[in-house]
Design a protein around this ligand. Structure first.
Ligand code: SF4
Ligand code: FE2
Length: 638
């Protein structure tokens, strides 16, 4: 097979790359090639820049050059570098969560009129889970207590576990995390401790460092639980919803605004403002305002509002190349600073909105929850103004758009399974596994990473799994890949699902005639913070089977992991007892010991382990083997 020189397999992106090439516009795909060969020391994780005596590299097998100046060996350097990535990931997810939390708090304090408790049902469920009294209490009062507890989870100094993790854990995992000393009591303190632990001249013991990292990964999960649950309270619990994805959703006749990043706090307002300002857009000559999502902001809006998903992370630049994107509104994370360079060649306005996220060349509009709707309207008006300055010669529309079904929160899945067994909804899933109708559950997650051709591994692994009757849930840019490629709909079930999976999905459909749509091949759980929903799913299955998570036929896969956030997510998946495939190598090959801890020793301690495999066919087989082993053991013990 000839190698695809484009480094992407997404049809919408391929269309736009031709435009980039014709117009000599630089994209991420060019910069990836220009970076080759990448640094071998960095790749192996054996370059240390933690103190100013460095940078030190492990240059020899033995002798003085086998250590840093201070004497740090490869395993110390590799583990320090690795867990500092986890600290970065935990900080990222938690800052996102803190922003949602501040917004909820301002709502309680009466400081914002633009937000509301959209789902009192979720608020009550969450409060009960956290042990907060709900009987005869006002919703705002309950939310007040929930936000107080969440703030405590950021800074608690007393010795008790973080509530937004512990309340969601089954007893066996709770005990495991306490016994192995990785249960975090707060987020901020855990991230700080990890930075202190890995500073020059502190921890040199790789096992202790890795355990510190795992604690950091659980702090990441605390942040995700806060982010997901409070977003559901403020913006609603996702329910099955129909929409479309890929660059063709950017329409010539509309004022197009891309909302890109991760945080729904701003983008939910932009959706509202777009509806209100339709007349202004029409006055400017457009038919209306079209909000399209990129990356996880896109996933958040897709899940709750059915907003179109324009594209995922590696192809974010392509949205501008259509020539009809009027504004690129960004919040935080996964936003290429290169976007302004392309906006300069078009009429597109790039607007940053958060205090910690500015890009030279972009306009900054500080977004406040007190003036949320006003700010959102300003953003929409900037886009309407830009619309008038489009250059017709630069218009190059994409024809690619695919239908999809998203919106599968745990609550939505509970409803769907509950139509078959109302008392024990998740037995529907576990019984299907025990009977052999399906082979298990896989959570596909993570980013794009141009070390792989964009989306190729996501798609290849999904196809192999569903063909072998695996029930697949997905988040983030993995879900984005499936949505863009037309794999997240009912037609894809017909085309790609094995007989067992097909009959399982059809059975769910028959039991749920109230659904306005048929069910998809892969079930969208939401954005990257919504990987927390997957942790609820695996634990619901464990409860149903009466076992701890390491016995559940459940695996995770991040075929194109890229961000520090992905390192944190992968690490908590392993701590949660899940076999976790990663298709792009983290920087750890410089230490056999660390490689062994990640792939084997972790399994002995937590029941989960990393499966590093860059070949997607082999990876799919390894994931299937892990599921099969667990099912085999379950059947023996039943
Ligand atoms: Fe070198 Fe040690 Fe400083 Fe790292 S901490 S840069 S290995 S002297
Ligand atoms: Fe994401």
């Amino acid at each position: 097979e000839p190698k695809n020189p484009l480094r992407t397999t997404d049809p919408g992106t391929i269309e736009m790359l031709k435009v980039a090439q014709e117009n000599k516009l630089e994209t991420v795909f060019d910069r990836f090639v220009a970076q080759q060969p990448q640094c071998g020391f960095g790749y192996k994780g054996i370059c240390c820049r933690i103190c100013l005596a460095g940078p030190c590299r492990v240059k020899a097998e033995d002798g003085p050059a086998s250590r840093g100046i201070c004497g740090a060996t490869a395993y110390t350097i590799v583990s320090r570098n690795l867990v500092r990535m986890i600290a970065g990931g935990a900080a990222s997810h938690s800052e996102h969560a803190r922003h949602v939390l501040h917004t909820a708090h301002e709502l309680v304090e009466g400081k914002t009129k633009d937000y509301e408790i959209k789902s009192p049902e979720k608020l009550h469920k969450l409060a009960e889970k956290l042990g907060i009294e709900t009987l005869n209490r006002d919703n705002m009062e309950i939310l007040g207590d929930v936000t107080e507890l969440a703030y405590e989870d950021f800074g608690r100094y007393k010795d008790r576990p973080a509530a937004f993790l512990d309340s969601f854990l089954i007893e066996q995992r709770h005990n495991k995390f306490l016994n192995t000393n990785i249960m975090p009591r707060n987020i901020d303190g855990t991230v700080t401790e990890l930075m202190a632990q890995t500073a020059q001249g502190v921890d040199a013991d790789p096992v202790n460092i890795i355990f510190g990292g795992l604690k950091g990964s659980l702090a990441d999960l605390v942040g995700e639980y806060i982010g997901t649950n409070l977003s559901d309270v403020l913006f609603g619990i996702p329910e099955p919803i129909v929409s479309e994805a890929n660059l063709g959703v950017i329409e010539e006749k509309m004022v197009n605004i891309a909302v890109h990043g991760h945080n729904p706090v701003l983008s939910e307002m932009v959706v509202g403002a777009a509806r209100e300002l339709k007349a202004e857009a029409q006055k400017a000559g457009a038919e209306g305002v079209n909000i399209v999502g990129i990356c996880c902001t896109g996933n958040e809006l897709l899940m709750r509002e059915g907003v179109y998903l324009a594209t995922s992370s590696a192809s974010q630049e392509m949205a501008i190349l259509t020539g009809v994107l009027d504004a690129m509104v960004v919040d935080i994370q996964c936003i290429y600073p290169s976007l302004t360079q392309l906006c300069d060649c078009y009429h597109t306005k790039m607007i940053t909105t958060e205090a910690i996220m500015k890009v030279p060349g972009a306009q900054h509009l500080a977004f406040n929850s007190e003036t949320a709707m006003e700010d959102a309207k300003k953003l929409v008006r900037i886009a309407i103004e830009a619309y008038k300055r489009r250059d017709p010669k630069k218009i190059a529309l994409s024809k690619t758009r695919n239908s999809l079904v998203a919106g599968f929160s745990i609550e939505a899945l509970t409803d769907i399974f509950g139509k078959i067994n109302p008392e024990r909804p998740f037995s529907v899933l576990t019984d299907a596994i025990l009977s052999g109708q399906i082979k298990g559950v896989v959570q596909m997650a993570g980013c794009n990473n141009l070390k792989r051709q964009q989306d190729e591994s996501h798609v290849a692994i999904l196809k192999a799994l569903v063909k072998n009757d695996v029930f697949v849930v997905a988040t983030g840019c993995s879900a984005g890949a499936f949505a863009k490629m037309g794999l997240m709909n009912s037609e894809a079930v017909e085309e790609y699902a094995g007989e067992g999976l097909k009959s399982f999905i059809r059975q769910l459909e028959e039991a749920n005639p109230q659904l306005s749509t048929k069910l998809p091949l892969v079930f969208h759980l939401g954005s990257c913070v919504d990987n927390s929903r997957g942790m609820d799913l695996v634990q619901a299955m464990a409860k149903e089977l009466g076992v701890d998570t390491p016995k559940v036929p459940f695996a995770a896969s991040a075929p194109e992991a890229m961000h520090e956030k992905a390192v944190a997510i992968g690490s908590y998946c392993v701590s949660m007892g899940i076999p976790t495939h990663v298709g792009t190598m983290p920087y750890l090959e410089g230490s056999d010991l660390i490689y062994g801890i990640a792939t084997q020793i972790a399994h002995d301690v937590f029941g989960g382990n990393f499966i590093f495999e860059v070949d997607e066919k082999v990876a799919a087989q390894k994931i299937l083997n892990a599921l099969e082993y667990r099912t085999w053991k379950l059947r023996i013990h039943k």
